[in-house]
Write a protein that binds this ligand. Structure first.
Ligand code: GDP
Length: 446
């Protein structure tokens, strides 16, 4: 489905993952190549550009972990971004929304896109996988052959079609389908609208009239995946005019460049629900962004390796902190870790808010106007302490305090504030230590 793109990206990332260290120029080169590969796969320019920018940004801010190489981490970032581009915010792009029976499903698209075939494929799927009683109706009043085609497919898959009455308009047929579906107790009725060779006003007006008459639960646009950027334009047009709820990309079994799949969600805001993978009635697959991203990259091992490494690091850190809390230990090094974490997580809204028992202190800190700048100053104060002082803050008497404050370019009163905060946090940590690991995990540190 995405062979060319997959090969191209494979080449880029093979180079990258073999290198032990990466500098910015390496990543920049790789990203230029990714961008070219995307454009050659007919991904739209803005989508390709946004994609590469997002990856670059994440790759730069990424802390390097020991057990995986930087290149492997970049692969993981690309993988996650691919999923994002393919899926948007949808959790279940694959399912059809079918509410109260009889549920109307409107099938729209250009002639030759595979609309009639896809209507039958979906009907078969609803019947076999979900046990639905389905009625199909062709609204293609211009092409009797298309109406007959749906009837033949219906017989083939054992799904009823609405009898043809010559001379009826699309809206009349739609009304009749609705009546029939209601009277005979069908769960779903599917309306296969007429296609044209290109988008035209009469077609759109007709689809709109049918939509107003039936109020479909889903309006599924069928587009030919081989047509790349044109498929995305068609989708934009249909969506603007009649409003679509999802897309089926057909002919994804061919050696198309696959770009339509990558641009569709980002450009139209509508999910790809299914892909057509052949002429047979079973050749329809739910669209799974994770699987597709995996297929495009072909680097599943690396992705899971990086995931595992990240989980291990987080678990180890949580465990380490836990041990210290349990032992009632929370020294200046721990405080510095916490402060640095806060900065990484975007300030005070970060970790403090998630820790149990910290709400009150956060309010105090907020009241004291603790922002990133203040956090940095506090870290500077801790850095100005000796190793021993960091481990045992109780050593800090007047002369040491003066030295530390001076070293960080601040007043002793600043240091006193920091020490007070440390004492409060140490108390809270001790309490948390007693709550055990579960409490901590729930608190959000895990
Ligand atoms: P319509 O004019 O949009 O209703 O298109 P049809 O459903 O009649 O399909 C046109 C042609 O495309 C037929 O020969 C179908 O068998 C074929 N077709 C439909 N979907 C697919 C697909 O996913 N893959 C392939 N290879 N062919 C398909």
């Amino acid at each position: 489905m995405f062979e060319n793109l997959s090969d191209r990206l494979g080449g880029v990332f093979d180079k990258l993952t073999k290198q032990g260290a990466l500098n910015e120029a390496d990543v920049a080169t790789a990203m230029r190549e990714v961008r070219t590969a995307l454009l050659e796969a007919d991904v739209s320019l803005t989508v390709a550009r946004d994609f590469v920018d997002a990856v670059k940004e994440k790759a730069t801010g990424q802390a390097v972990t020991k057990s995986v190489t930087p290149g492997q981490q970049v692969v993981k970032i690309v993988h996650d971004e691919l999923i994002k581009v393919l899926a948007g915010d949808d959790a279940h792009a694959g399912a059809l929304k079918i509410d109260s029976p009889p549920a109307p499903i409107l099938m729209v698209g250009l002639q030759g896109s595979g609309k009639t075939t896809t209507t039958a494929k979906l009907a078969k799927r609803l019947k076999e996988r979900e046990g639905k009683r389905v009625l199909m109706a062709s609204l293609d009043t211009q092409r009797p052959a298309a109406m007959e085609q749906l009837g033949i497919l219906g017989m083939q898959i054992g799904v009823d079609t609405l009898p043809i009455i010559p001379g009826q308009t699309a809206v009349q047929i739609a009304k009749r389908a609705k009546q029939q579906a209601t009277l005979a107790g069908y769960d779903v009725y599917m309306l296969d609208t007429a296609g044209r060779l290109s988008i035209d006003e009469t077609l759109m007006a007709e689809v709109e009239a049918v939509r107003n008459e039936t109020k479909p639960h889903e309006t599924i646009l069928v587009v030919d995946g081989l047509t790349g950027q044109d498929a995305v334009n068609t989708a934009e047009n249909f969506n603007a005019r009649v409003g679509i709820s999802g897309v089926v990309l057909t002919r994804m079994d061919g050696d198309g460049r696959g770009g339509a799949a990558l641009s569709m969600r980002a450009v139209t805001g509508k999910p790809i629900k299914f892909v057509g993978l052949g002429e047979k009635m079973d050749a329809l697959e739910e669209f799974h962004p994770e699987r597709v991203a995996g297929r495009i990259l072909g680097m599943g091992d690396i992705v899971s390796l990086v995931e595992k490494a990240q989980e291990e690091i987080e678990a180890k850190e949580a465990e380490r902190m836990m041990k210290r809390f349990k032992a009632g230990r929370f020294d200046m090094n721990d405080l510095r870790n916490q402060l640095e974490q806060m900065m990484k997580m975007g300030g005070m809204q970060g970790i403090m808010g998630m820790l149990p028992g910290m709400g009150k202190m956060q309010k105090q800190m907020d009241a004291a106007g603790l922002d990133d700048k203040v956090l940095k100053r506090q870290v500077a104060l801790i850095q100005s302490m000796t190793k021993e002082e960091r481990r045992k803050p109780e050593l800090l008497q007047a002369s040491r305090k003066k030295r530390i404050a001076k070293g960080a370019g601040m007043d002793v009163s600043d240091l006193n504030k920091l020490l007070k905060m440390h004492r409060q946090m140490a108390d809270a940590m001790k309490k948390m230590g007693k709550m055990g690991k579960k409490g901590l995990m729930r608190g959000g540190l895990g």
